[in-house]
Design a protein around this ligand. Sequence first.
Ligand code: MTE
Ligand code: MO
Length: 248
Amino acid sequence: MILPRRSLLTAGAGLLLAGCDKVAAIPQARKILFAGEDMHRGLQRALMDRGALAPEFTREQMSPIFRANGTRDPGTPDYAAMVADQFAGYRLKVGGLVDRPLALSLDQLASMPSRSQITRHDCVEGWSAIGQWQGPMLGTVLKAAGMRNTARYIVFTCADLYNGQPYYESIDTIDAFHPQTILALKMNGARLTVAHGAPVRLRVERQLGYKHAKYVTGIDAVASLATIGKGKGGYWEDNVDYDWYAGI
Ligand SMILES: Nc1nc2c(c(=O)[nH]1)N[C@H]1C(S)=C(S)[C@@H](COP(=O)(O)O)O[C@H]1N2
Ligand SMILES: [Mo]
């Protein structure tokens, strides 16, 4: 039997990954695997199961207090006007590498199939809190817009400035289509408060807190991050040297 070389290679890669997945599941082994200073980031990503779900919790485990961090109110005239009319004039613009650019109202977003999840938010500053989040999956919105297959990243534009700089963030298309990646409209059963990112904030549960953009007004599918902001993919990445990939 003659097997084409390509399918042999693919089969081999599959076996290797399947084996490594099991090893990586043991915390100690995972530490050793990923400890080497020369561990290539690309290899680490290949070994990690990017599709795995973040842990979910019960109502009883929800934190009595969930602090707000970073911007607690964008405070611009535009944002204040949106708050005043309860976001009736809000539109989420979806553009970039899409076939059908969208401008979605809050009602339109709320009428899409939604997901609810109780997850733990981990801020890089060293605090965590468990809360419930609800809203449409980001993947649903991107499919509705007809995201092109040339897109590699999704960029989130926010309504606030932080330390005078525009807050923005970006994730890759793997995280964008992860089932727990949602555009949250609700937190703990109620519409988002201003402090927690009203009217729409990203929940990207396999990533650290700073990736969870609040006050999202725009979503753009792009092929490269080089021309966005200062080119590193987010406010913290551009200004404070945080990692772009903040997977947990
Ligand atoms: N637009 C915007 N999004 C943001 C921030 C911000 O300052 N502005 N802070 C980030 C950080 S560091 C964290 S930990 C979380 C905090 O979310 P919370 O205020 O709902 O707790 O939002 C993230 N998203
Ligand atoms: Mo954070």
